[in-house]
Design a protein around this ligand. Structure first.
Ligand SMILES: NC(=O)c1ccc[n+]([C@@H]2O[C@H](COP(=O)([O-])OP(=O)(O)OC[C@H]3O[C@@H](n4cnc5c(N)ncnc54)[C@H](OP(=O)(O)O)[C@@H]3O)[C@@H](O)[C@H]2O)c1
Length: 284
């Protein structure tokens, strides 16, 4: 297959690049906004046709949650409107969405069939993207994920390592619960979909297994990084000034993905250990 990966300079796109090496029977076209702006209908059509693309994996997105509040129009172009473009090419599409389509007020893991209620501009634009894609490409696969991190790009893991080295004390929110997800494991899930003997369209939830708070996550990061001189203490969401409201409970139920594709999903701490190894290898 000829596979187009958009947004390939991001966390997930880079992990797709790494994993593609072990799936070498396909031909890959790794692009980011400089090579292919997904909001340009002409550019996307021309790229898909001239390279005889069979499948688009959309890793491109406007992911800055706070900036999206200030510039929802731009976020909507990339996260919302571009999905109509990508879905209209007459080829298969795998798209990534987010836990932010839900309100985050629930106390049980969200299923794919649960009602959505985005509370943020980012969540609204991502939900528009889902709808726009499915309207023109009902055979698409959408994977909703959460709390993504990687050895590539900037993310919570790298920020906590830096702050742990700089600060003696660090307050981290303990009353927001979710599942940290190693982008390499999400990339593996995407390849599970690609290599499946039958194309199984639909919306699926995919994160690592287990749950924790940002506080627990930070303790684990510092422990694995050997950071001992920074005292990490729990604070409530009210004590941390957020520009944008954050979900209190954003755990996704992954039963459908596991059952459909017959796979087990790694525990979040296992993913974190592998990511920390990758970060230390990149640094050496
Ligand atoms: N990060 C998370 O915690 C998280 C959580 C839930 C879901 N997700 C979803 O998971 C997916 C992957 O996220 P990620 O963390 O890998 O994102 P990321 O690191 O921000 O990467 C996104 C990439 O898309 C590029 N891009 C932006 N606009 C584009 C355009 N018009 N055309 C082509 N490329 C464009 C970005 O370039 P610039 O950097 O130059 O803008 C960036 O390289 C996204 O769909 C995201 O919404 C992420």
């Amino acid at each position: 297959m000829n596979i187009l990966i958009t947004g390939s300079n991001g966390q997930l796109g880079n992990e797709m690049r790494v994993l593609s090496v072990s799936h070498s029977r396909h031909t890959y076209f790794f692009t980011d906004v400089e090579e292919l702006d997904i909001t340009s209908s002409d550019a996307v059509s021309s790229f898909v046709q001239s390279n005889a693309i069979d499948l688009i994996v959309n890793c491109a997105a406007y992911t800055n949650v706070d900036k999206a509040e200030e510039d929802e129009a731009t976020a909507m172009k990339i996260n919302g409107e571009a999905l109509a473009v990508l879905g209209s090419q007459g080829v298969r599409v795998i798209h990534i969405s987010t836990d932010y389509v839900f309100s985050g007020d629930e106390h049980v893991p969200c299923r794919e069939t649960d009602p959505v209620a985005p509370r943020t501009a980012y969540g609204r634009t991502k939900y528009e993207g889902e709808k726009n894609l499915l309207a023109v490409c009902p055979e698409a696969v959408i994977l909703r994920t959460a709390w993504l991190y990687s050895s590539f790009g900037n993310n919570f893991v790298k920020t906590m390592i830096r702050l742990g080295k700089e600060k003696e004390q660090l307050g981290v929110v303990f009353d927001q619960i979710g599942t940290p997800t190693y982008a390499a494991d999400l990339a593996q899930a995407i390849f599970t979909v690609i290599e499946s003997s039958v194309w199984r369209p639909g919306i699926y939830h995919f994160t690592n297994e287990g749950v924790c708070s940002w506080y627990d996550f930070t303790i684990a990061i510092h422990s694995l990084a050997g950071i001992t001189k920074c005292h990490v203490f729990p604070i409530s969401s009210e004590e941390y000034v957020y520009k944008t409201p954050r979900p209190h409970y954003s755990v996704l139920d992954k039963s459908k993905f596991k059952k459909t594709f017959g796979v087990e999903i790694p525990y979040w701490l296992d993913g974190l250990k592998r990511c920390m190894l990758a970060i230390s290898e990149l640094a050496s």
